[in-house]
Design a protein around this ligand. Structure first.
Ligand SMILES: Nc1nc2c(c(=O)[nH]1)N[C@H]1C(S)=C(S)[C@@H](COP(=O)(O)OP(=O)(O)OC[C@H]3O[C@@H](n4cnc5c(=O)[nH]c(N)nc54)[C@H](O)[C@@H]3O)O[C@H]1N2
Ligand SMILES: Nc1nc2c(c(=O)[nH]1)N[C@H]1C(S)=C(S)[C@@H](COP(=O)(O)OP(=O)(O)OC[C@H]3O[C@@H](n4cnc5c(=O)[nH]c(N)nc54)[C@H](O)[C@@H]3O)O[C@H]1N2
Ligand code: SF4
Ligand SMILES: [Mo]
Length: 705
C-alpha cells in the first residue's frame, strides 16, 4: 500500500488529499494534513469523489445511440464516425451549424482548456456556451467595465480586514467562488477573534452566520439598490477617500449623480431593510480602518448582477479600500493574467443577430438562448458538443432544451456519466475523473487567498476506456485534418512534459519549473502573499490606469436600472419569490448518483417561511404545486423560519427521473427547480449574458392528497 498526495478538483479551494493506493486501486481518500495551504481541511465531497471514481454507472466505453439504446463502440469507431458527421455537417451548412457547451468542471482541468480552445477554433465554432452564464459572467462584464479586463477580481483580505460585507454567498456550505480559499469559515473565525465584523447580505439566515455576525435580510434581486443607497450615504456624509478618488478614479461625479436617486428611504421598501440600517452599514463600512467586500452567486444571478458588481467595486474603491491591506487585493499568483482579459471599453461589444443585439462575454453567448439557437430558422445549431456539463439541469427552461436537443443532427457528450443531457446524445464519450489525470491548480489563478501552485500526477490509471479531454479532442482534430497535439509525436503516447509546456511558460515569472513544484512536499509551492501597491499601476487595463466609476459599457444597463426599480416598487407585497439554495449534499448536478448520500438525502424540497406556510395552510411534508409563467413543478415543502417571508428556496441539479444512465439518481430523482426559471430572450442580463436565476416570482398552491 502506498500513500500518494493529490488535490481535489471539485470546487475552488482545491484542498490537499491523500490517496491510499493498493495494486493500482485507490482504497481510500483522506485529508492531506501536511498540505501547506489547506492544512487538513476537506469536505465530504472530496472524499466521496472516490465513489464517483468507482461508480458502476460511470461511462467506461464510447457509446453510440442506435434506436434509442446505447451500444459500446471502439474509440476508433467513435472518432471516425463523429468526425465524418462533423465534416458532412460542415460541408452542408458551414461552421455556423456548430455549437459547444462547456460545463463548470472543465475549469478545474488544466489540460482541457487549451485543448477545447484549439478544437473549437479550428472547427470555426462561434456558438459557444458555458456554465459561466449561469454562474458568474456578470463578474467578467463588471470588471471589464470598471477595470478594462475580465480577469481582475480583487478579493477580500480576510487576514487583515476589520469589516467584511459578504453578499449572496454561503461560505460554510459552498466554500465560495471567485476566491480560492481553503476552510473559509476558519479564516473568518480567526478574523473575528481579532475583532473583525462580518456582515452577510442574504434573504436567508444562512449556516455561515455565527455569534456577532450581522445579517441584512434583503429581499431577493434587490442588491443593486442596497449598494446604491450605501454609496448615496457615503457621498452625503462625505465619507469617501478624496485623495484616492482623485489619484485613481474617473467619472466619480456621474457615479454620485446616479446614486442620488437611491436614498436609503427610497430603496428601503424594495430591499426590505430599514433606511437607518442601510445608513449604519454604509457608515460602518466607510469608517472601518480596513473594510472589504465580496459578492457571489446570490447577487450574480439577479437581473442586474453586473451593476451590483460595479457598485461593489465602487464601495470598496471610493472608501479607499481597493488595493489596501485588509481591503480588497488582487492576488497575482503564478501568472499575471490581467492582460489576458483586456477588452476595448470604448466600443460597443454588441453585434446584430436575429435575436437582437448580442455580445460574447469571454467568448460565450447566453446559455439561456441555447435552445432557441438550436431551434432558430436561420443558421440553427445542428451539431452540439457538450463537455463536462449538464445544461438540461443547469439552465432554466429544461423542457424547452430537451425538446431542442432532439432536433440536433449530432449531439456528442464527453462526461463521467450519461447525465440528463447525455440522455439525448448520439455519442457518449467517457472522460477520466480527477483521480485518473494529472493536473495543476489553474482554477485559482488570480483568485487565491494565499497564492500557490500545486501539481498532481494521476493517482491511478484510467479505468476501462476512459480518456482525458485533450486526448479525445486531439484525436478528433487528427481525424478532421486539423492541427493536433498528436502531430508532433509518432504514436498516441504524448508525454506530460509536452502538454505542460504552456503552463510552464506561464510560470516563468516565478522562476519555477514544473519539476520544482513536483519535488516540493504535497507538490505545492507557496507563493508570496497578495500585496498592495501594484493594482493601479500594473493590473488595471484601461489606458489611463484609472478606475472607471461610471463606465461607458454600463450606460444602457444603468438607464434600465430605474425601470426595474419602479417595477419592484409597485410590486404586490405578497408576491413570493424563488431563490437559489446550495446544499452540502449535492454539487450542482453531480454527486447525485452516490447511493450512501442519496439514501440519507433522498429529495430536494421547497423551503418556505412559516408566515407563507400559514397563509397557505401548509405544513412540512405537504405537496405543493409551484408555478409561474415559465413552468410548473410539484414538490414537497419544508417550513423553514430561516427564510424571509415571501421567499422560497430550492436546491438545483435534481430532476433525474429520466436519467436512465444514472440509476441511483433516477431512483432519487428529486425535482428540477429550473423548470421555474425564465429562458430565452429577456431572461438574461444583456451586458453579461448572465441568466436571471434568483428572485423569480412564483405562485404556490397546496396539492390535496
Ligand atoms: N456543497 C456545494 N458546494 C458548492 C456547490 C454545490 O453545488 N454544493 N457549487 C459550487 C459552485 S459551482 C459555486 S458557483 C459556488 C457558489 O458559492 P456561493 O456563491 O457561496 O453560493 P451559495 O451557497 O449558493 O450562496 C448563495 C447565497 O445567496 C443567497 N441569495 C439568493 N438570492 C439572493 C439575492 O437576491 N441576494 C442576496 N444578497 N443573496 C441571495 C442564498 O440564500 C445563498 O445563501 O459553490 C460551489 N460549492
Ligand atoms: N437553479 C439554479 N441553477 C443553477 C445554479 C443555481 O444556483 N440554481 N447554479 C449554477 C452554477 S453556479 C453552475 S457552475 C452551473 C453548473 O452547470 P454545469 O456545469 O452545466 O453542470 P454540472 O452539474 O456542474 O455538471 C457537470 C457535469 O460534468 C461532469 N464531470 C465532472 N467531472 C468531469 C471531468 O473531469 N470531465 C468531464 N468531461 N466531465 C466531468 C459531471 O458528471 C456532470 O455531468 O449550474 C448553474 N445552475
Ligand atoms: S471544499 Fe471543495 S475542494 Fe475542498 S474537499 Fe470539498 S469539494 Fe474538494
Ligand atoms: Mo458555479
Amino acid at each position: 500500500m502506498t500513500t500518494v498526495k493529490t488535490f481535489c478538483r471539485v470546487c475552488e479551494p482545491s484542498c490537499g488529499l491523500e490517496a491510499e493506493v493498493n495494486n493500482g486501486e485507490i482504497i481510500r481518500l483522506k485529508a492531506d494534513k501536511e498540505h501547506p495551504i489547506s492544512k487538513g481541511f476537506i469536505c465530504h465531497k472530496g472524499i466521496n469523489s472516490l465513489e464517483i471514481h468507482r461508480d458502476p454507472d460511470r461511462l467506461n466505453f464510447p457509446q453510440k445511440r442506435i434506436n434509442n439504446a446505447y451500444q459500446n463502440i471502439s474509440w476508433q469507431e467513435a472518432i471516425t464516425e463523429i468526425s465524418e458527421k462533423i465534416l458532412s455537417i460542415k460541408d452542408k451548412y458551414g461552421p455556423m451549424a456548430f455549437g459547444a457547451y462547456i460545463g463548470n468542471p472543465m475549469g478545474f482541468n488544466a489540460l482541457a482548456g487549451p485543448a477545447m480552445s484549439s478544437f473549437l477554433m479550428q472547427l470555426g465554432c462561434m456558438k459557444n456556451f458555458n456554465a459561466g452564464t449561469q454562474d458568474c459572467s456578470n463578474k467578467f462584464a463588471g470588471s471589464e467595465a470598471v477595470f478594462g479586463t475580465s480577469t481582475l477580481h480583487p478579493v477580500p483580505d480576510f487576514e487583515h480586514t476589520d469589516y467584511c460585507l459578504i453578499i449572496g454567498s454561503n461560505p460554510k456550505v459552498s466554500h465560495m467562488s471567485f476566491i480560492s480559499i481553503a476552510n473559509p469559515m476558519e479564516k473568518i473565525k480567526q478574523a473575528k477573534k481579532r475583532g473583525a465584523q462580518f456582515v452577510y447580505v442574504n434573504p436567508r439566515e444562512i449556516e455561515s452566520l455565527d455569534d456577532g455576525d450581522q445579517l441584512l435580510q434583503i429581499k431577493p434581486d434587490s442588491d443593486t439598490y442596497l449598494l446604491a443607497a450605501m454609496l448615496h450615504e457615503i457621498n452625503r456624509l462625505e465619507l469617501f477617500d478624496k485623495n484616492i478618488i482623485e489619484a485613481h478614479g474617473k467619472n466619480v461625479q456621474q457615479l454620485f449623480n446616479f446614486t442620488k436617486d437611491y436614498s436609503p428611504e427610497k430603496v428601503s421598501k424594495v430591499v426590505g431593510i430599514t433606511a437607518s440600517t442601510i445608513t449604519e452599514t454604509a457608515v460602518a463600512f466607510a469608517k472601518s480602518k480596513r473594510a472589504s467586500a465580496f459578492m457571489s452567486v446570490g447577487a450574480n444571478m439577479g437581473r442586474q448582477g453586473t451593476l451590483t458588481y460595479w457598485l461593489m467595486h465602487m464601495l470598496v474603491f471610493i472608501t479607499g479600500n481597493l488595493d489596501r491591506k485588509g481591503g480588497n487585493l488582487y492576488s497575482t499568483g503564478f501568472y499575471h493574467a490581467t492582460k489576458a482579459g483586456r477588452i476595448d471599453t470604448e466600443r460597443s461589444p454588441f453585434f446584430a443577430t436575429d435575436f437582437g443585439e448580442m455580445r460574447a462575454v469571454r467568448g460565450t453567448l447566453p446559455g439561456n438562448l441555447l435552445a432557441d439557437m438550436i431551434e432558430e430558422k436561420n443558421n440553427p445549431i445542428r451539431a452540439l458538443i457538450v463537455i463536462g456539463g449538464n445544461p438540461v439541469l443547469s439552465i432554466g427552461g429544461s423542457e424547452k432544451l430537451k425538446h431542442a436537443l432532439e432536433k440536433l443532427e449530432l449531439l456528442v457528450c464527453i462526461d463521467l456519466y450519461q447525465n440528463a443531457t447525455g440522455e439525448h446524445a448520439d455519442y457518449l464519450l467517457p472522460a477520466t475523473d480527477m483521480l485518473e489525470r494529472s493536473d495543476l491548480n489553474i482554477i485559482g489563478l488570480g483568485l487565491q487567498d494565499q497564492p500557490h501552485i500545486q501539481y498532481t500526477d494521476a493517482i491511478t490509471e484510467a479505468k476501462h476506456e476512459r480518456k482525458q479531454e485533450w486526448w479525445i479532442l486531439g484525436q478528433l482534430e487528427k481525424a478532421l485534418g486539423f492541427k493536433s497535439v498528436f502531430d508532433s509525436v509518432t504514436d498516441d503516447d504524448v508525454s506530460l512534459d509536452f502538454l505542460y509546456q504552456r503552463i510552464e511558460k506561464m510560470m516563468r515569472n516565478t522562476g519555477l519549473t514544473l519539476e520544482d513544484v513536483k519535488t516540493q512536499p504535497s507538490q505545492t509551492v507557496v507563493l508570496p502573499e497578495k500585496t498592495e501597491g501594484e493594482f493601479f499601476e500594473k493590473h488595471i487595463q484601461l489606458e489611463d490606469r484609472k478606475v472607471d466609476c461610471f463606465p461607458f459599457l454600463l450606460h444602457e444597463s444603468i438607464e434600465h436600472c430605474s425601470d426595474i426599480f419602479k417595477e419592484m416598487n409597485s410590486e404586490d407585497e405578497q408576491q413570493v419569490k424563488l431563490i437559489n439554495l446550495r446544499s452540502p449534499y449535492t454539487h450542482n448536478s453531480w454527486f447525485q448518483n452516490i447511493e450512501k448520500i442519496r439514501e440519507k438525502h433522498p429529495d430536494n424540497v421547497l423551503f418556505i417561511n412559516p408566515v407563507d406556510a400559514n397563509r397557505l395552510s401548509l405544513e412540512s411534508g405537504d405537496t405543493v404545486k409551484v408555478s409561474n409563467k415559465f413552468g410548473s413543478i410539484e414538490c414537497l415543502v419544508s417550513v423553514d423560519s430561516r427564510l424571509r417571508a415571501q421567499v422560497v428556496a430550492m436546491n438545483h441539479g435534481w430532476g433525474n427521473k429520466e436519467s436512465k444512465g444514472m440509476k441511483v439518481a433516477a431512483r432519487f430523482p428529486g425535482v428540477n427547480v429550473n423548470e421555474l426559471l425564465p429562458v430565452g430572450l429577456g431572461s438574461y442580463e444583456k451586458i453579461s449574458n448572465q441568466a436571471h436565476m434568483t428572485g423569480v416570482p412564483v405562485d404556490i398552491e397546496k396539492v390535496c392528497a
